[in-house]
Design a protein around this ligand. Structure first.
Ligand code: UGA
Length: 437
């Protein structure tokens, strides 16, 4: 099928390459000329495992190209809207400018029979509004809401082998046509047995924010337990293992630590609360305010722990922060807990050096006032305390003996509960962690 993908960020670039991999003829469109130039030369504009190889492979087939000219989307039968919906400055609500611009931009290029597919995470009611606009300008085209559930770091795998496909379609023959078209787009994952849920616009939009709210709640639940573990001397990692053995609870997403960040979970729960407020249903989501507060408290607790191990003061102390990305296997620093901790410590008088295997360039752009180093050893040279903030494999694998030679004070605060306390203590380190004795 001929497909256009509007917006080539973390979602769109991966989606475009994966659609080409599934055998479709794809044009990716973005307003950022620099990003388009990189993609057009077969290079990924951000770190995502597997994407460079996939770009190389699919560009070589001639089935994938990138452009800044939205007019080149004309002629495609299916148009995916993959632009971002960041948090509005100073408000909880989502900023819909990019979605609105993408929709207005593509409308003149749609032909009867085309299917416009919304993938961006949006406040419920957006699809209905876009469908009305579509009916005014190109009544022969149909809208489908098809939320995306990919995780950064696993984006290629999640797109080619999704957990489920959700379609929000209008009632009647237009909806049936749109469903048949999308079934053709996703013929390969459907043939692999991917579960499919076909529903209305409202449900499809809510599925996405409900899923992210559930994940955020799971993380904040275990972090609330970590707070109790800290006051009782219990160990939250053992607690998570024990409750996780109950299949109804499950162990995944019960890793206590610095909490969630990134471009999705934090802003999605806030936008969901804002939308519920507009709909007069704010009570239903008031618990998400607590989920958000628990999450943000972990960052403060991490700074307090660092202060505790530095005998009550971090002023003038040298602090190494391992990790800048919001999670490993990503260079994304949006709302990164690691950088939030690093910045708080710097503002409180510490000399902070941050390192990350992939995210230093992005981190430096976001927080130019912090200092950065290329490796863990460089960041930790002469440090009084080391904070593990993002659990990259290479930090998990650090040898506490060799690493102890580099620092001035052998103090480590494990913000992700991934180091072996016994091993680090045996090597002479003071080891502290969130939610562990
Ligand atoms: C999240 C969802 O997991 C995806 O399903 C969704 O499609 C995506 O948002 C989106 O809305 O686009 P992502 O932001 O890539 O994906 O990251 P996650 O893997 O969900 O991690 C989010 C944060 O939670 C990270 O900061 C991570 O360190 C933290 N986390 C995760 C924990 O603190 N504990 C855990 O047990 C798991």
């Amino acid at each position: 099928m001929r497909i256009s993908v509007i917006g080539c960020g973390y979602l769109g670039a991966v989606h475009a390459a994966c659609m080409a991999q599934l055998g479709h003829d794809v044009v990716g469109v973005d307003v950022d000329a620099e990003k388009v130039a990189l993609l057009a030369s077969g290079r990924a504009p951000f770190f995502e495992p597997g994407l460079p190889e996939l770009l190389e492979e699919t560009m070589a087939t001639g089935r994938l190209r990138f452009t800044t000219d939205l007019a080149e989307a004309a002629g495609a039968q299916v148009h995916f809207v993959c632009v971002g919906t960041p948090q509005k400055r100073g408000e909880n609500a989502a900023d819909m400018r990019f979605v609105d611009a993408a929709v207005e931009g593509i409308l003149p290029h749609l032909a009867p029979g085309d299917v416009l597919v919304g993938k961006s995470t949006v406040p419920v009611g957006t699809a209905e509004r876009i469908a009305e606009r579509l009916a005014e300008v190109q009544p022969g085209a149909t809208l489908v809401w098809n939320p995306e559930f990919l995780r950064e770091g696993f984006a290629v795998q999640d797109t080619l082998h999704p957990d489920r496909l959700v379609y929000g379609i209008p009632a009647g023959p237009d909806g049936a046509h749109a469903q048949a078209v999308l079934d053709e787009v996703y013929a390969t994952p459907l043939a692999d047995g991917t579960p499919q849920v076909v529903t209305d616009f409202a449900t499809a939009q809510l599925v996405k924010v409900a899923a992210n709210s559930f994940l955020a709640t799971k993380i904040s639940f275990i972090n609330a337990m970590a707070e109790l573990c800290e006051t009782t001397g219990a160990d939250v990692t053992q607690l998570a293992d024990a409750i996780g053995h109950d299949a109804r609870i499950g162990r995944r997403f019960l890793n206590a630590g610095l909490g969630f960040g990134g471009g999705c979970l934090p802003k999605d729960i806030r936008a969901f609360m804002a939308r519920a407020g507009e709909l007069g249903a704010d009570q239903a989501l008031s618990f998400l305010r607590e989920v958000d507060s628990i999450n943000m408290r972990r960052r403060v607790r991490m700074v307090d722990l660092a202060r505790e191990v530095c005998d009550g003061s971090i002023v003038g102390r040298k602090v190494a922060v391992l990790g800048a990305a919001f999670k490993p296997n990503s260079d994304d620093v949006r709302d990164s807990p690691a950088l939030s901790v690093a910045a708080q410590m710097a503002l409180q008088g510490a000399t902070v050096v941050v390192t990350d295997p992939e995210a230093v360039a992005n981190a430096e752009r976001a927080w130019p006032q912090l200092s950065f180093a290329a490796t863990a050893e460089e960041a930790a040279a002469g440090a009084d305390v080391v904070l593990l903030a993002t659990e990259w494999q290479e930090y998990r694998d650090l040898d506490p003996h060799a690493f102890g030679e580099v620092v001035r004070g052998k103090r480590v605060v494990d913000g992700r509960n991934v180091l072996d306390p016994g091993k680090w203590r045996a090597a002479g380190w003071v080891y502290r962690a969130l939610g562990r004795p």
